[in-house]
Ligand binder design. Structure first.
Ligand SMILES: C[S@@+](CC[C@H](N)C(=O)[O-])C[C@H]1O[C@@H](n2cnc3c(N)ncnc32)[C@H](O)[C@@H]1O
Length: 614
């Protein structure tokens, strides 16, 4: 049975808003007309100055990205800014990053001190095992009787702790590490709402992208509302000092989601419950909440602007559908299906249990939505709080999101010290070695999360792609995979020398989607060794699933901040479609189709069509 042909009773509404606002919801979920979509993406490409690309909206696979110029091998094809993204909550203890652009902030000392502090408290990801990851389904997994042959890198036992005073002096800036001035980071600005949960940096808007200049200014300003230019996320295209990331995030969504003193105590409590629920189940709900907050605030701003124009005094609780559709436009452009329908059925779940399986996800989303409604429900934007809309927003993430991976400057710092000439290295290492010993394998953990990118998400998949997500190639160091023992892990030649993520995959395969694991550089010989498997039993909602994990690797899209960077894998001709691979395209045909089923389609690329013909 196809996923969109489930019996009607699974589609029955459990959310009264789905029924009450059915026409408005249908209007929101209707695909925008082609000309509107074309206009939107043409505008986006122009304002972001990603010349050389064109989004075509009526291709055989729906939207697709096409070359409007020639690209040489290795050339930058696209740098795309996040529409909405989040850092996984489990990663927050490891990496201190800006809550808006995900650039590392503070200082090398603060990054290290904070990590060691949480490590000593026993709450860092270093103290957890892989299967306790923040995956869509994995978040809800409870290890019941896993016999862990070997835990991850994070569980290292060879760590030599530092004295608490040293950790404190790293955090409060008393201890300055040698050469750390070469790795300065933007100053952190606390959330203006006083939640203490989010910190930000300031950015320089060059009109082309972001260029980080640390700190400067920082006086708390009176925000008194969320009045920003409604189209900020399309980028102004004008160079100049931009508002702090704090302001950007506040105006975009955080003013509604902040649990600081500026929010009403009842909202604060409800929001805390919502976040706790998301952290215990699936942090993708927090991303969905960001979208709902963004659209609500865009709606308010559009309404304010319209009323100023026509001096209108209409009742403030009437839903203005045309304004709501306008506010929703950036989300309307994303490819989406209902979350609980587009999740691939894990191999371990019996076909006969499919309806029950999907209902569990639907109920989970409803549970989360109820908590969010208690916190930020707005009558004027009521359709946004329907389960249909919530499910489609999460489904959009499921089908399009890219893992967000931002390289750690702490790793760069230690590599720099490692590369110093003899006497200088010896002197510096006298200070840094005890810190490395305390961090052990975790010295290089990068910022990890998930994000939706409006242009990149239009890229179709191919098993013979002509583009890929960029991996930093300016690193001077060739780390071998440090995996121990036994089996060889073969890595295709084209990935040699690139940064990869060592990933323990939990079967069924979907459970790795949002996992949090370290990134390593593959040696130029491209081989590593597998560290052993982990066997056990987990509970996924009502199901007990026997599993084993095996290490695979993922090549990541990552950079100094959260932008997606796509480069050409081979020469791309003008007019040719730009494709990336959502999976490891070297796998055999059946395995590829199995993995692509997670994305809800059977591949129609030339390589797969050829297999069928043969
Ligand atoms: C991330 S979106 C890509 C943009 C999409 N074509 C659109 O219209 O927005 C992924 C979806 O595009 C379609 N798609 C992408 N690559 C495909 C392929 N090789 N074969 C078949 N469908 C594909 C599938 O429907 C898939 O779920």
């Amino acid at each position: 049975m196809l996923r969109n042909q489930l019996p009607t009773h699974t589609m029955e509404s459990i959310c009264p808003l789905d029924v009450q606002f059915a026409p408005q919801i249908a209007a929101l979920l209707q695909s925008p007309p082609c000309h509107q979509t074309q206009e939107y993406f043409d505008n986006l490409i122009a304002t972001r100055q990603c010349h050389g690309l064109k989004i075509k909206v009526d291709g055989k696979l729906g939207k697709g990205v096409f070359a409007d110029a020639e690209f040489k091998t290795g050339e930058l094809v696209l740098k795309d800014q996040i529409l909405v993204g989040l850092q996984h909550s489990t990663n927050k203890m490891d990496c201190f990053v800006c809550g808006s652009c995900f650039h590392f902030i503070g200082s090398i000392e603060l990054q290290i001190g904070r990590k060691l502090y949480f490590q000593e408290l026993g709450v860092s990801s270093s103290n957890q095992c892989h299967s306790d990851s923040s995956d869509g389904e994995g978040k809800s997994c409870v290890i019941e009787d896993a016999s862990l042959e070997e835990c991850s890198a994070s569980g290292s036992k060879s760590r030599i702790p530092l004295a608490p005073e040293v950790i404190q002096s790293l955090m409060d800036g008393q201890l300055v590490l040698p050469y750390s001035e070469n790795f300065s980071l933007p100053s952190p600005y606390p959330c203006p709402g006083g939640c203490g949960e989010e910190y930000y940096c300031s950015i320089w808007w060059s009109g082309k992208g972001t260029d980080f200049r640390g700190g400067g200014g920082g006086a708390a300003r009176d925000r008194g509302g969320a009045a920003s230019e409604a189209g900020w996320w399309l980028g102004s295209g004008v160079a100049g000092w931009c508002k702090h990331c704090a302001d950007i995030d506040w105006d975009a969504c955080h003013s509604l989601l902040c649990i600081g003193k500026k929010s009403k105590p009842s909202c604060r409590e409800a929001l805390s419950k919502f976040v706790e629920h998301a952290n215990n189940t699936n942090d993708i709900f927090i991303l969905a909440a960001k979208v709902i907050a963004m659209i609500s605030l865009r709606y308010k701003n559009l309404k304010k602007a319209r009323f100023t124009e026509v001096a209108c005094t209409a009742s403030s609780v009437d839903i203005d559908l045309s304004l709501l559709l306008e506010a929703w436009k950036p989300v309307s452009m994303g490819y989406k299906k209902r979350w609980w329908n587009c999740i691939a059925l894990p191999e371990d779940v019996d076909k006969g249990d499919e309806i029950e399986f999907r209902l569990q996800f639907k109920n989970l989303a409803f549970e989360s939505l109820q908590l969010l409604k208690e916190a930020i429900f707005d009558e004027e934007c009521a359709p946004l709080f329907s389960l249909e809309i919530y499910g489609h927003i999460i489904g959009m993430f499921e089908l399009n999101n890219l893992d967000l991976v931002v390289a750690s400057p702490v790793e760069d710092y230690f590599l720099y010290v490692h590369d110093l000439p003899g006497p200088l290295k010896k002197e510096a290492a006298a200070v840094t070695q005890p810190i490395l010993d305390a961090l052990d394998d975790d010295y290089s953990i990068c910022c990890q999360g998930t994000a939706f990118f409006p242009l990149q998400s239009c890229m179709n998949h191919s098993c013979c792609p002509n583009a890929k997500a960029y991996k930093r190639d300016n690193c001077k160091h060739n780390h071998s995979l440090w995996l121990k023992n036994g089996d060889k892990m073969k890595i295709p030649e084209r990935h040699h020398g690139l940064w990869i993520e060592r990933l323990f995959t939990l079967l069924p395969s979907r459970l790795h989607r949002y996992a949090v694991y370290p990134v390593y550089r593959v040696s130029d010989t491209g081989t590593g060794t597998i560290r052993g498997t982990i066997r056990g039993t987990i509970r996924v909602f009502a199901y007990r699933i026997r599993f084993f994990m095996y290490p695979v690797y993922f090549v990541k899209s990552w950079d100094k901040d959260g932008q997606a960077t796509i480069i050409a894998l081979r020469p791309i001709q003008q007019g040719e479609e730009v494709t990336i691979s959502y999976i490891d395209e070297e796998l055999p045909y059946d395995e590829r189709q199995r993995l692509l089923a997670d994305y809800g389609f059977i591949c129609k690329c030339s390589k797969c069509i050829q297999v069928k013909v043969d």
